[in-house]
Design a protein around this ligand. Sequence first.
Ligand code: AMP
Length: 397
Amino acid sequence: MKIMSINAGSSSLKFCLFNMDNESVIASGLFERIGIEKSNYYIKYNGEKIEQEVELTNHSDAVKILLEKLIDLAIIKSLNEIDGIGHRLVHGKDKYKNSVIITDEVIKDLENFKEFAPLHNPANVLGIKAFKNVLPDVPMIGVFDTAFHQTMSEEAYLYPVPYKWYTDYGVRKYGFHGTSHRYMSLCMKEILGKEDFKMISCHIGNGGSLAAIKNMKCIDTSMGFTPLAGIMMGTRSGEIDSSIIPYVMEKEGKNASEIINDLNKNSGLLGMSEYSNDMRDILAKCEEQDKKAINAKNKYVRRIVDYIAQYYVLLGGVDAIVFTAGVGENSSPIRREICEKLACLGIKIDLDANNKHGEFVKLSTDDSKIAVYVIPTNEELLIARDTISLINRTGLN
Ligand code: AMP
């Protein structure tokens, strides 16, 4: 069976076409700057890559070109070969605890929940509608970023604020990156050969979150009501004292949404270093003994260590810690610093193994009390797996 995974952003559309008989990638690519000038796309297939600048006024244009190209490039012979489409969906509030077949009700809910994910949910709907127009009979499945975190207890997801905020306005921790954290737990299940284990999943990229997982279920996660919460990220602050907001509003004559924009886009590594949100740039500046870059890097590491320590206690010890996403998969110095700061938990890593990047590797030594792994994330594959399993379970094939 051939399944397409789709991740539609406000001005982008990422796809990955899988042959699910062996879970291999047939083709993948990205359409960028949709609705903006200089829009372009690339498609990778069969060891080749085509790139083109082309006018993309909306997501439907991108989908039209994508499907035409799949045929023109002989990646598939006919659109009938596409057995299902899995969409990455961002916010399903507390209604969606698992992946679902996309119905009109799901589309309506995505629209209704848009104030919880103003950039992402409307973009997800655009992606769904663009495919529905051209492939109305192909089953479509939605995989929510928030779903995996729905197993958190009230103690974990409620904020210590007036209860009315929760009951009347939906103010609670939702968590994000759920598909990546779930993929990590499935990989660990395969590695350990059992489901009853405790792990901490560290998805650290430009955005980042940690999840405490017990017996394959999320117990707690670091992102919250929005992705602004938790650890420090590329451009996001993570947790700060909320009283800073009205204080800086007054100092800078800004309104609340301008300050939230600063906390989302001008903070984190970028804000502290006044240089870059990219860890590679920060590490290069650290080599030059740049004080702001060193502070930014140290704070970044410290926040992650704080959360790992917190989740270690919450879970009552852990069997494994897993690093994934851009920094987690690639940055040996950051992984090393984090693990060194956790030496008091009995963690020991092999520095040669830690020099590898972008691939699966066991970092911990045999005498480490906790196993530490790097596992490249693959949300697209998990979306495709959910798609095929829902299609088979519901007889949509
Ligand atoms: P992601 O959001 O998962 O795509 O991660 C993107 C981030 O990963 C970039 O902004 C970089 O900070 C980081 N990254 C990617 N490659 C490396 C590397 N080799 N060393 C350090 N950081 C990296």
